[in-house]
Design a protein around this ligand. Sequence first.
Ligand code: ZN
Length: 59
Amino acid sequence: MVRCENCGAEAETTDELDHDDVKQIELDEGGNGPPRVRYGANIRDLWLCKQCGKVLGVS
Ligand SMILES: [Zn+2]
């Protein structure tokens, strides 16, 4: 069970949480040129409280 520490809402399963995909932004500092920003290099699932939107976990 997941309990939101912000608003106290409880969820038995992740089905009761809001779900969002997050594309992490990574800096590629290899090479001699200026750092390049890479999008979508590591996509994570983000679980959000349905009541207040607080981030409860990342899978
Ligand atoms: Zn909450």
